[in-house]
Design a protein around this ligand. Structure first.
Ligand code: PMP
Length: 386
């Protein structure tokens, strides 16, 4: 039981109360077994069933084609930064016999970190775009003609980008990768996974940590093109001088073992399944996408109304529908803004520690009612300070 929260935290983030109520019941007694979902073997019928059903529901919701497979890894987005670099570099080497470069499109904190991790692991990276270098700040996505696209794109093992930059509030409004024919596109969708429809067939890999739109922390979700699961042997990798992936994060090993090569956190996956079922019952992604658009629109419209009070650092065409980033022009009012919000039971609005300011994360579980209450507070605050 709880009062419906108006919580705008960026992650871990709000989940629907009915989902959590079911999860709480299942933590104690799952499927009438007299045991909780966290107590049963991941290899038992019910335990393995959790993974199977979660994959099936994900395939259904996102209309995932047969060319792609779903799997789960322990850990979050950062686990992906490392494991993508090693697995996909290996896949490219197997396919072409050559060691490629890993292409990165950097539009904010998380894509930057991902590129740095690849380099740290000894993978040669090619920064195809760094929007901060082009425009002097994160908050834009420069048009493709301003990117540094290699002459021969086939030398790229993959092209990585972050579909929604959680800290900077920048989201790709479209899929601008036509100039990379044949290159496997990798998307970090940690903070906008299942917020909209996605054409999975365009991607080599989509991944994300669960703890924003899809569940609680501890698990990450992968949708991979099956052809990328063909990797060189360890001996071949050693000969090529390529990094070897730790076994628990070796994609073919994980897929072969239905995401349970080692003990998978069944409860955490089960929460994802409950979120998926809830989404399906509520009309799927089409409906959710429309609702998310409305929520973002009313919030941005309100902020835009008061240019003397609020500042929006992100270009209008690339504003995130999940993480609405803004600052109070008079920074000395930050505390007052947050306190006033808390008095109105609006919480989780403080911006990421690296950039300051405010951030309202309006993930799937944040209702239109919550956003309306925030809008009302923004109006009041702005009118008192303009
Ligand atoms: N990618 C994105 C887009 C994120 O928002 C985050 C975390 N907020 C990460 C990656 C890193 O995730 P984790 O903390 O689960 O490693």
């Amino acid at each position: 039981e709880r009062e419906e929260p108006n919580y705008f935290g960026a992650g871990p983030a709000l989940l629907p109360t009915n989902v959590l109520q079911q999860a709480a019941k299942d933590l104690i007694n799952f499927n009438g077994l007299g045991l909780g979902v966290g107590e049963i073997s991941h290899r038992s019928k019910d335990g393995a069933g959790v993974v199977e059903q979660t994959s099936a529901n994900l395939k259904k919701l996102l209309n995932i084609p047969d060319t792609h497979e779903v799997f789960f890894l322990q850990g979050g987005g950062t686990t992906g930064f490392s494991s993508i670099a090693t697995n996909l570099t290996a896949a490219h080497a197997k396919k072409t016999g050559k060691i490629g470069k890993a292409g990165y499109v950097v539009t904010g904190t998380w894509s930057k970190k991902a590129s740095e991790e690849a380099a740290r692991l000894g993978v040669e990276t090619e920064i195809v775009l760094d929007s901060k270098k082009v425009d002097g700040r994160f908050g834009t996505i420069p048009s493709v003609d301003k990117w540094s696209i290699p002459k021969d794109v086939s030398e790229l093992s993959y092209l990585y980008y972050c579909d929604n930059e959680t800290v900077n509030g920048v989201e790709f409004p479209e899929f601008p990768f036509e100039k990379f024919p044949g290159v496997e596109i990798v998307a970090d969708m940690s903070s906008n996974f299942l917020s909209k429809k996605v054409d999975v067939s365009k991607y080599g890999l989509i991944f994300g940590g669960a703890q924003k739109n899809v569940g609680i922390a501890g698990i990450s979700i992968y949708i991979i093109k099956k052809s990328l699961l063909d990797l060189p042997t360890v001996d071949e990798l050693k000969k090529l001088g390529l990094p070897i992936t730790p076994i628990a994060f070796d994609y073919p090993t994980v897929v072969k073992n239905n995401s349970a090569y080692n003990t998978i956190p069944t409860f955490t996956v089960h929460v994802v399944n409950l979120v998926l079922k809830n989404l399906i019952e509520k009309g799927g992604l089409e409906k959710q996408e429309v609702l998310n658009k409305v929520k973002a629109e009313i919030l941005y419209n309100t902020l835009d109304k008061y240019p003397s009070v609020f500042k929006l650092p992100v270009d209008e065409n690339v504003r995130s529908k999940m993480n609405v980033v803004f600052t109070i022009k008079d920074g000395s009012l930050d505390e007052e803004f947050l306190k006033g919000a808390a008095d109105n039971k609006l919480t989780g609005l403080k911006g990421h520690r690296s950039v300051g300011g405010m951030r309202a994360s309006i993930y799937n579980a944040v209702t239109l009612e919550s956003v309306s209450l925030l809008v009302k507070y923004l109006d009041e605050f702005a009118n008192a300070h303009k």
